[in-house]
Design a protein around this ligand. Structure first.
Ligand code: CA
Length: 424
């Protein structure tokens, strides 16, 4: 696949994250202070509510874009997503339909510089499920927490997950307050209460479920693949000391519930299609319901930077790739439904922390600093094992094509000091 040329010149730069091939969906605040659905094209955002109101595009009988969320459009299903993508490519391509290209007045109301656009949450998160599907991460966690890299007995057979919180999923740029909680040091007799001292990130990709399923009715991997609307960058903020004390036997709870940040742009599965890549060889044969008919992962380069308060530059902490995962989002979604659990439009599935085999590819600070035993040095000369107040952590991701790239924008969050302890 090569670059699709657009009459929006900035979309043709090999440096832009948003060429015509991408067309990610988001929600932005208009000049009239309303929230509308939009797509990014080069340096601009295109207001889909304006185009829909003018009859230039149409999805269903009712408007779906004059809304502060993408859920109505997502719920319209894959044929509607494919039809709108084809229509937008026609409207924005260098030699396509001239309804927008030839109408400067329409352009002036329907397009705005992306740099000025305040982005909101792109969709209402119905429910949030977090998985544990990266093998290197699982081995590292085993080594750090239990003294052995051996995987749990179920790991090679089941995409392990837990039900997280939708209420604390926020869009990039939202500040995150250091959580208070209950912790217990290994040598302490009793637990104590206070701010987390081991605040961490998890580098993940989030799969956005576009169309739901029926209660009691499992979906296949192939059906699950068609239900996924797109993907966002996802930082599953984690308080390791709270998590370490609470997680047995039912898994993470408050250590993960205080914040999850996603990027404002949902990159569609359609845009990522040329970048499909297979899951790694199976170390144990999967039960047939989890087998994939086509490559389930994508070749997406991912990175994380950290910038302390007042620092003039950010330090790259890790660089890895989504193709490191052991299970795909379609396998996770299939498994999620297999007992009859209904999935809904707007469900968000975290991939699990993405770590590669080399330490430069580890996707959490717990792994990068090996639980504080190997602090790392930032470009500013400061050292870190975990996040300090005022630090900004930024995830980035892109799939690289021939002369173009498909970017996700940024998934950034700054840590605020904990509240004064309200309880003793
Ligand atoms: Ca996670």
């Amino acid at each position: 696949m090569t670059l699709l040329k657009s009459w929006v010149e900035s979309a043709n730069s090999p440096e832009t994250q948003f060429p015509l091939n991408n067309l990610p969906y988001g929600v932005f605040v208009t000049a009239d202070d309303e929230a509308h659905c939009c797509v990014a094209i080069g340096d601009m955002v295109l207001d889909l509510a304006v185009l829909e109101d003018d009859g230039v595009i149409s999805v269903t009988d009712e408007p779906v874009f004059d809304l502060p969320f993408l859920n109505e459009f997502m719920d319209a299903g894959k044929p509607a997503w494919d039809a709108l993508r084809a229509r937008l490519i026609d409207l924005l391509s260098a030699d396509g339909d001239d309804t927008l290209r030839g109408d400067k007045e329409l352009q002036s109301v329907a397009m705005a510089p992306r740099v000025d656009a305040a982005m909101e949450m792109p969709f209402v998160v119905a429910e949030y499920t977090d998985f544990y599907a990266g093998m290197q991460h699982a081995k590292n966690m085993g080594s750090i927490l239990r003294g052995s890299p051996d995987l749990p007995a179920n790991w090679l057979h089941i995409p392990i997950g837990y039900n997280g919180r939708a209420s604390s999923v926020v869009v990039s740029g939202t500040e995150i307050r250091r959580p208070l909680g209950q912790t217990k040091a290994p040598d302490a007799e009793v637990p104590s209460f206070g701010p987390s001292k081991r605040l961490d990130i998890e580098l993940e990709l989030g799969a956005v479920v576009g169309t739901g399923s029926t209660l009691g009715q499992p979906v296949s991997v192939a059906q699950a693949d068609e239900m996924i609307f797109g993907y966002v960058l996802l930082n599953d903020w984690s308080a390791r000391d709270i998590q370490g004390w609470e997680y047995q036997p039912l898994g993470p709870f408050q250590g993960k519930a205080f914040g999850t940040t996603i990027s404002p742009w949902v990159v569609t599965a359609a845009a990522l299609e040329p970048f499909r890549t297979a899951t790694p060889p199976r170390e144990k044969e999967l039960l047939p319901y989890l087998n994939e008919e086509k490559p389930g992962l994508y070749d997406i380069s991912l990175s994380v930077t950290m910038q302390p308060e007042g620092a003039d530059r950010a330090t790259t902490l890790t660089q890895t790739n989504y193709s490191r995962m052991y299970y795909s989002a379609a396998q996770q979604l299939c498994h999620h439904s297999i007992g009859g659990c209904a999935m809904n439009s707007g469900d968000l599935l975290g991939s699990g922390t993405i770590s590669g085999p080399d330490p430069s590819e580890f996707g959490s600070l717990l792994e990068l600093s090996w639980a504080g035993k190997k602090p790392f040095t930032l470009d500013t000369g400061e050292t870190r094992s975990f996040i300090e107040d005022g630090d900004t952590l930024t995830l980035k991701g892109e799939a690289r094509g021939d002369g173009y790239k498909i970017g996700f924008g940024e998934c950034a969050g700054k840590i605020l000091p904990a509240l004064e302890t309200p309880f003793k």
